[in-house]
Design a protein around this ligand. Structure first.
Ligand code: FHN
Length: 456
């Protein structure tokens, strides 16, 4: 309470929130044609080519972490399994606020080992991490000056973010923060604005967000990306100026910051399209983009039930990663740590299996762009880096010959755990000598050199 009272004195409202008309000009047709309600207007979108954005783009593979007091029930409330995203349990199980917030008394991740987490992320081959600092329930994982509803109110009583940011960076991985615009806890949050009093309250809430964002962007070392979420409530969605202002504020605090389009109302794109949630686009989008993906069907936070939840195999996850790279997009795979602070074995196993695959095949992912190679019997996933083309063989051809129609090749090799295996060329576009079995049950990569610059 002391923290908040002190801050009330200094709180200054910098934004007057009024019910502005929705700025959706131009986006409706595009949205319809792309069949994607989240896809915003690409008109006027400029691809960022500065070093920070190029770096983000080259990373291709990141890990998202959803951690909070919802991990304590882990999708089970009063003995009943709630078959919905575990981080939504307050809403999905209709838990009264006081009862939900009492979970702070039980949140005590004593086995939390950020160094071990960071080593697992490194072993997975991830290049960036995005951790939920505050989800829709409003609970904060750091010692925020602006609320008492944070980790300091729990028996754990220690900032969870600082040691994670340090450990992640020590592994050479970029640190990013997820931040929910929606807040079920904050008294000034409003889903919709009905009265002038609502507008005033919401303005105070926006200032609260800004205060917290300043903490996150200035007190935790270099944060490469800020991942906003929950822009769909009318209070935010119908007042696009709020998002624009928030975006400008973030950029003023951290000039190279990479921002997904969820910082904005549904009116334009920011730096990339972050709307591909638990799915991938069907064709290469005209913008930078990222797919965030659960390992199970639909739970971001820890859910006790793993079996029967539509989980993905390690091979499936590698294929999704390759599919993203083949369409010049990033892949952000999620984990939901357990309430004791450890990463569940199913997730650890998948991250390690992905890492083993990336050790051999990562050059086909990092720093590449999608390459158009349609009509192959083995699928059409391919990337390119300069004159090198990588063809993903998630379906093994079961024949020693593969024709890459339209390409003029000078060299072909198969990437294997014991190094590149040279293959012969029969014609300028035909690779021969493929072994009868795939060198990697998760999916192999054929690396070819183009003999001459290709327009593809
Ligand atoms: O409601 C959230 C959900 O819990 C999760 O955080 C995902 C991650 O992209 N985002 C929201 C739904 O769009």
């Amino acid at each position: 309470m002391l923290k908040i009272s002190a801050l009330l004195l200094t709180a200054v409202l910098t934004l007057t929130v009024q019910s502005l008309p929705a700025d959706t000009s131009g986006s409706a047709d595009l949205t319809k044609s792309l069949g994607d309600k989240r896809m915003a207007d690409t008109k006027g979108w400029v691809r960022r080519t500065d070093a920070a954005m190029d770096h983000w783009r080259a990373d291709r593979f990141g890990i998202m972490i959803h951690f909070g007091i919802y991990a304590v029930p882990g999708g089970v409330w009063h003995g009943k399994t709630i078959p919905y995203a575990a981080e939504w349990i307050k809403s999905a199980a209709g838990i009264p606020t006081a009862e939900y917030e009492a979970l702070t008394n039980e949140f005590n991740p004593t086995n939390y080992d950020p160094v071990a987490w960071a080593k697992t992320f490194k072993a997975a081959g991830a290049k960036y991490v995005v951790v939920s600092t505050k989800h829709h329930d409003g609970f904060c994982l750091w010692d925020s000056k602006y609320t008492d509803y944070d980790v300091m109110a729990t028996p754990y009583h220690r900032d969870l973010l600082r040691p994670l940011a340090e450990a992640v960076r020590a592994e050479g991985i970029d640190m990013g923060f997820y931040y929910s615009i929606i807040d079920w806890h904050h008294p000034d949050y409003r889903a919709a604005i009905h009265t002038p009093a609502d507008a005033e309250a919401y303005a105070r809430y926006i200032q609260y967000m800004k205060n917290q964002i300043k903490e996150l962007l200035t007190e935790y070392g270099p944060i490469t990306t800020l991942w906003f979420d929950g822009r769909w409530d009318p209070a935010y969605k119908t007042q696009p100026q709020i998002g624009k202002d928030l975006e400008a504020y973030c950029r003023s605090l951290s000039p190279g910051l990479v921002l997904g389009d969820r910082v904005r109302a549904y009116d334009s794109l920011a730096d990339y399209n972050s709307g591909y949630e638990r799915r991938l686009p069907e064709t290469t989008p005209p913008t930078d983009w990222e797919s965030c993906m659960t390992m199970t069907e639909n739970s971001w936070g820890y859910h006790q039930s793993w079996t029967g939840n539509g989980w993905k195999t390690p091979g499936h996850l590698c294929e999704l990663l390759a599919r993203c790279a083949s369409m010049s997009g990033n892949f952000l795979v999620n984990i939901g740590p357990k309430p004791d602070g450890t990463i569940r074995s199913e997730e650890r196993l998948r991250l390690h299996r992905m890492g083993d695959w990336m050790k051999v095949n990562g050059e086909a992912i990092y720093g590449t762009e999608g390459f158009n190679l349609p009509g192959l019997p083995v699928g059409d996933l391919a990337t390119r880096k300069g004159q090198t083309v990588y063809v993903f063989l998630f379906r093994w051809p079961e024949t020693d010959k593969l024709k890459l129609k339209g390409l003029t090749l000078s060299k072909a090799e198969l990437l294997t755990a014991s190094g590149p295996q040279p293959l012969a060329l029969e014609h300028a576009d035909t690779v021969v000598g493929l072994p009868s079995e795939t060198p990697d049950p998760l999916g192999a990569v054929l690396r070819v050199e183009l003999a001459e610059p290709s327009a593809k």
